[in-house]
Write a protein that binds this ligand. Structure first.
Ligand code: SAH
Length: 195
């Protein structure tokens, strides 16, 4: 029996684990259920900070509960700032002393499972946030974007993100795509490492 490839979400976490050092500041651009927020809080760890964005209070509540459970189970976590704000405000919501020092930023696009499926990330604001994210990263820092082409509007957002990524000068950052070509409607990953 051969071992399968890592899932898209696991591969995103792998790229992060390889690059974040304990105590470094990181960002979750789409908190959602908080799975990545908790992952980032473990990676950054004590002394570190996670800035976590979502436009739905419900998402931040689910995340707050997930973090509290982990903390009471003895996990050593970074300080997490849960921000009820759009990620397009990232460059003003993250204090200026952190600019150029962020080690990792995760995006998980689309809608929050179990909530309003019409409330999805949108190409215009996603692109504003991605440009800010690239500016906030330190050299060697990593940006991961999990893209969902399968839902209504998701294909247009996927195309917009790919178009933007293809214009990033190689002197600024290196980009990679991780995708299962037999499953064209399934989520896939773009990762960006800043030079
Ligand atoms: N599609 C993934 C989950 C994505 S959750 C899955 O199926 O597992 C995406 C989150 O982004 C949602 O919680 C949603 O509220 C949030 N979101 C939407 N627009 C946003 C914005 N402008 N800024 C920050 N978060 C946003």
């Amino acid at each position: 029996m051969s071992a399968g490839f890592l899932s898209v979400l696991s591969q995103a976490q792998r790229y992060i684990t390889e690059r974040v050092r304990g105590g470094e500041p990181v960002i979750d651009a789409t908190t959602g259920n908080g799975v990545d927020t908790l992952f980032l809080a473990k990676q950054s760890g004590p002394g570190g900070t996670v800035f976590a964005f979502d436009v739905q209070a419900e998402a931040l509540e689910r995340t707050r509960a997930r973090l509290a459970n982990a903390a009471s189970a003895g996990e050593r976590l970074a300080q997490v700032e849960l921000l009820l704000a759009g990620h397009e405000e990232m460059s003003t919501r993250v204090p200026s002393e952190y600019h150029g020092r962020i080690a990792a930023i995760m995006f998980n696009l689309g809608y929050l499972p179990g909530a309003d499926e019409k409330l999805t990330t949108q190409p215009d604001t996603t692109l504003i946030a991605l440009v800010s994210a690239l500016m906030l990263l330190r050299g060697g820092g990593v940006l991961t974007i999990v893209i969902y082409p399968g839902h209504e509007g998701g294909d247009a957002e996927a195309a917009a993100v790919e178009q933007w990524v293809s214009t990033i000068p190689p002197t600024i950052a290196q980009c990679v795509m991780y995708r299962f070509p037999q499953k064209t409607a399934s989520p896939y990953l773009i990762a960006i490492v800043k030079k």
